[in-house]
Each structure stands twice: as C-alpha cells, then as structure tokens.
Design a protein around this ligand. Structure first.
Ligand code: 5AD
Ligand code: FES
Length: 353
C-alpha cells in the first residue's frame, strides 16, 4: 500500500499550529473519511480482562514493577457477561485487552473465552456473533493461530514508535523492537486483520518520526490504527516533565489522525480513550479529525480503577450502559452516527478477503 502524501508533506501538515490551517486539514480529513469509510463510527466494547503483566514498559501504569497496584483478572463468567452486554447493546464487536502473559493457563483461558463469546452472542442481529478483536501483546505464532481458530479475527499490537532508537528509550532492554516486528508478521501469517499504532508526543519524538510512523503503517499494509497522546503515568518510570504541554499535545495528536487519514484513506482509525483523558471532548475531536472507530469501556466498574495505563483515564465511575449513551452523544455531536450491530471491518481489510 502506498501512502498518498509524501514524507515531507506529512511532516509539514503534522507541524501545523495556525488555527485556520488546522481547520482546513481537519475538514479535508473529515470529508475524506466520509468518502472512503462512510459517516458511521463503529463501537468496540473494551473489556479489560486483567492488569497482570509480565512486561515493564517505562510509560505504562500496569508495568510489572508497579507494586502499588492490586492485580486482578476477570473470571470466565464475568468476561462472558461483559461481552454479551456488548452484543445486546448493539456494539457489533468487542476488544479483549490485558497485560501481556504467555503462560498456557492464560492462552487456554482466552481461546475458550473467544469460542464461547462467538457462540453465545449469535442472534438475528448478529448472525456471526460478536466480532472479536484481541489486544494481548506479543505471543508465539502458534498462540496467534490458536486464538484465530477459536474465532477472533482482528488483533491490535502497537509498535509504539517505528523508530527503533526511540523504542529502546521507552522499554527495558529485554523488550526488543525486532520481536515486535516479528509478532506483527506472525499476526498476518495467522490470518488476523492487523492493527497497530503509536503514542504521540513521546519524550524525544520528532515530527519526522511521526511521519515515518505513517510510512510504517503503509509498508506493513496495516488494516486499522489505534493512536493516542502519550500521557504521564504515576505508575510508570518516566518523569512527569517528559509529557508535552497539553495544548500542543492535543494539536499534534489530532493532526496525526488527520494526516494518517489523508495518507491512508481506507483504514479504520480509532478515537482513543487517551484523547478523552487529555481533554473532556477529546474523542469527539478525534472523530472530527478523521477517526471512525471508538471503544466504549465495557469492563465491570469494580475493576476499572485498577486498569490505568496512564493518569486521568475517563469513565472510571460510569457503568457500561452510561458509556454507551454518553459516547453516542459524543459521536452525534461530532457529526457522525453509530454503526450499530456491525463488525465494521475497514474497507482496506475487506478488500484483502
Ligand atoms: N500514555 C498513553 N498511552 C499509553 N499506553 C500505555 N501507556 C500509556 C501512556 N502512559 C498505550 C500503549 C499500549 C496501549 C495498550 O496503551 O500504546 O500499546
Ligand atoms: Fe464513558 Fe462518557 S464514554 S462516561
């Protein structure tokens, strides 16, 4: 897949700060979104299965060395109940996310869960059952194959940054860029629609890096993108001052969504929760800048406070039903409608089939 904008053009647009110029970029991206993926925004109910994690990413609040955290794992019944809520609420699909673990017990738990959810969520409205996206980190090709066979069909694995030197500054030495690339290859080999993304505003990240990230999405023929601002996390290991000033960060994050859309028009791009952590109407803004997917939280409220990858995560006190309505208002405010009861694969992924 070739990106429609050149690298220097992407750098220029990412750096826009003049409000009139930004509005022109936003408008172009919003219109391109309507033309390529339509005027609906698809929901993916986010189910945060567990905050247990074997990794130690420096930016992340649930990293292994954060000892302050009470660790939890939803049991089978709770996870299935959350997924069936998504199906009944009309979401069309869900995302099962958790910290990274590679033990057989966890792998088998997920495989069983996926099969059970697909089976029990079938209805007249959803003849194929609930769509299932996994976001469970780097796993072996065999594990990816097993989860794909169980019935999951999309997988999110962010590269975090496509600059290997920058990647090395935000991860411990044992977490390698090369193995992340291998995992992205393996996901494709296992037959998943592959989603990736980066954090925007990482300490030391340049506009050139972000423009190259879009080149990376193109080279790897990515189907869907989840990107959000880098936010400080009290449980992480990076200094608070490393976070960009909020206004500049918001501008950059929204510009990045628009420039990605204009470069790769037929992908699904998420308006992520981190945007709403940065500013109250962040997700609406993301949609106005070209996003066409959003992830209402569908995790039982009881454990939501224990799954904080960054500070200021919204929706901690709300129940899943409240997020459903709240987010629908946000989507409508942004000039879109919700694509109820659909898996909502990107046109890019549909063409591959
Ligand atoms: N700020 C923003 N995003 C974060 N993530 C983890 N920690 C942070 C943070 N401090 C994102 C990473 C990861 C995804 C699940 O959450 O990009 O891939
Ligand atoms: Fe959860 Fe608004 S989206 S309360």
């Amino acid at each position: 897949m070739t990106a429609l904008l050149s690298h220097p053009e992407r750098v220029r647009l990412l750096g826009l700060t003049d409000p009139a110029a930004i509005e022109e970029l936003r408008r172009a991206s919003f219109d391109r979104t309507t033309a390529t993926v339509g005027d609906t925004v698809h929901y993916r109910g986010l189910i945060e299965l567990s905050n247990r994690c074997a990794l130690d990413c420096l930016y992340c609040g649930i990293r292994r060395s954060n000892r302050e955290l009470v660790r939890y794992g939803l049991d089978r019944a709770e996870a299935i109940e959350a997924a069936l809520f998504c199906a009944e609420a009309g979401y069309g699909s869900c995302v099962l996310q958790a910290g990274e673990r590679r033990d057989e017990a966890f792998i088998a738990f997920v495989a069983d869960l996926v099969a059970e959810i697909r089976d029990r969520s079938r209805s007249d409205r959803l003849p194929d059952g609930l769509g299932i996206t996994l976001s469970l980190g780097e796993q072996s090709l065999a594990t990816y194959r097993r989860w794909r066979a169980a019935g999951a069909h999309r997988y999110l694995l962010r590269i975090e940054t496509s600059n290997p030197a920058l990647f090395a500054t935000i991860h411990p030495p044992e977490q390698s860029f090369a193995s992340r690339l291998q995992a992205l290859d393996d996901l494709r080999a296992a037959g998943f629609q592959v989603g990736t993304g980066v954090m925007i505003g990482l300490p030391g990240q340049t506009l050139d890096d972000l423009a190259a990230d879009i080149g990376f999405y193109a080279e790897r023929d990515i189907d869907m993108i989840g990107m959000g601002p880098y936010l400080h996390s009290a449980g992480g290991a990076l200094p608070e001052q490393a976070m960009m000033a909020r206004d500049a960060l918001l501008t950059l994050a929204l510009n990045m969504i628009a420039v990605t859309r204009l470069s790769l028009p037929d992908l699904n791009i998420a308006a992520t929760t981190a945007l709403q952590a940065l500013v109250e109407d962040g997700r609406e803004r993301g949609i106005r800048f070209g996003a066409n997917v959003t992830m209402p939280n569908a995790t039982p409220r009881r454990v939501r406070p224990q799954y904080q990858l960054y500070d200021g995560k919204p929706c901690l006190d709300e129940g899943s039903l409240e997020c459903r309505g709240c987010l629908e208002r946000r989507v409508t405010t942004a000039g879109r409608r919700v694509g109820w009861d659909q898996w909502g694969d990107s046109p890019h992924a549909r063409r591959r089939r």
